[in-house]
Write a protein that binds this ligand. Sequence first.
Ligand code: GUN
Length: 293
Amino acid sequence: MPAELLDGVAVARTIRDEVARDVLVQKARGVIPGLAVVLVGEDAASSVYVRNKGRACEEAGMHSVTIRMPVTTTQGELLAVVDQLNADPAIHGMLVQMPLPVQCNADEVIRRIDPAKDVDGFHPINAGKLIIGEKDGFAPCTPAGVMELLRRYEVKTAGADVVIIGRSNIVGKPMASLLIQPGIDATVTICHSRTRDLITHTRRADILIAAIGRAKFVTADMVKPGATVIDVGINRVDEPRAKNGYVLAGDVDFTTVSEVAGKITPVPGGVGPLTIAMLLRSTLVAASRVVVA
Ligand code: GUN
């Protein structure tokens, strides 16, 4: 029997509607939640993401600022913009879109962002708060979105064996931290490029999360029948017959895996839309922490 689809578009819609409602509550106390997005250079995929983030903010009734900087921007110029946004009371959340051009140092930029405005959850203060379970930080948006998807589809996590493929700071590591929190209570294994005998891990997963960045890497033989499969990947695969010359594919071979899995996210339309929804929610949370005199 084919797997049940976990509809990220529908869940993201619900979250964005909830955020829009709560934006009104903030406005009523005189706070208009504001998000600034900084884009350095003209990477095509990044431009699309940034445009979508701006539109989503406006739709939710938030204040949105997009700062576009040339590809030749120096580290000093970028840090100066971050400082300016840190000091701007109309901005409650900010992110600097990655990747940055080679002359910029992403680690230094991330550390310069006020942790209270770091709605990406990339600052070491927020990464640390996530690990020690302090709730007043920000979790990165993609793994936070996966948690919402699991929660709203009532996927059981307590005692579940979760296997994550990928150990990035943006997905794999924070995903594990979220899943082992008390109340979530999963047993987590993180696999990566040096993992021996990957399939023995993936085949015992009740929940398998793929965040590798390789198209169709997870095949049906790697999945336990009935498992929940979450595909975080979004890869461009050359396809001469497609309009743009490529199609989008996840890290999971959807066609075959969906015959084995119990639940599965599609790509596109799975985890992707949740990332923006969670970004809006984190910006709302940042604004709600502002004390009004
Ligand atoms: N580039 C790709 N995804 C992200 C993200 O979630 N945040 C930032 N800042 N850059 C990205």
